[in-house]
Write a protein that binds this ligand. Sequence first.
Ligand code: PHE
Length: 349
Amino acid sequence: MQWSELIRSWPGEEVLVRYDRPTDAWMFIAIHSTLGKRSVGGVRMKVYPDPAEGLLDALRLAEGMSSKWAAIEVQYGGGKAVLALSRPVKGDERTAMMRRFGRMIDSLNGRYGTGPDIGTTPDDMALLATETRYVHCYDWKVRAPYDPGIYTALGVFVGLKSALRFATGSDRLGGVRVVVMGVGDTGAPLCRSLAAEGAHVLVNDLDDARARKMAAEVGGDVVQGDAMYDAECDVLAPCAIGAILNEQTIPRLTCKVIAGAANNQLRFPEDADRLHQRGILYAPDYVVNGGGAVSLAMVDEGADFEDIRKEIGKMDDRLTKIFREARDKNESPVYAAARMVESVLARRT
Ligand code: PHE
């Protein structure tokens, strides 16, 4: 993969690349748009076999963040950072690396604000906040981080039910079989909410022990690895990495509905049409997973958690509107979502 071409063909504003020699990691900050106040999006930390894949992740995720902010009508632009590791980095070495990343953010004077994502935690936000002001998911009044994952999960739960209602006529979860892919920060609370309303949860995770523990907790079952795509189910909730909906996996799916917390679930845009042709209702990822972003923006404004819960409840109407428009036009909901984003952005410029 050519780095220069990746960056040149990307429609965003700015890309920052730093090689962190002590850890052999690459730090990427992709600023898709500073429209509104600044670009805001989480920082992902992961081992990538090739750092160019980390760059590609940063570019795609930053673009997705622009859509996410627009979908929830928050005046931030999209940005994302990726710390692309060549090996696991832990302990003091990790702390020192985080601090260097904090100073990199700070050098941008507010053009990019960060938050957690896969591989980073609320504690990391507290650490970054010692180096820069531009940290979100952090309550500056009391100087404590909070976890947006539960709010993302709440939004997905609300959205999953609206998708189910739209597809089947009922959002009752009793006996409904849901495959949850990834039981980390968003997938775990989602499993609990689903089970609390009687769903049968099929848990999938790269970490077998973690999957078994969650399945035991919610009285569900484990589906291992790739078998997840063939599992008999009503709903698929991708809550881990992206690109899992693609030419290879879509023909295997048995679900009626897909709604999950992962970003960039479709490998290519045409995968949305593939799902539509198969009669699977797809809740556009950057819409249904916007609950964490809602919480972040509201905490920045000083809102309390009860107000945030209420606001996330609006996910139902937002998605139902998108699904209706998609049904009227007999197309994937991603097009209605994209039009919604465009009209919000057009009002802003
Ligand atoms: N990383 C999460 C997401 O993509 C939460 C988050 C949202 C973090 C917005 C920072 C900014 O939605």
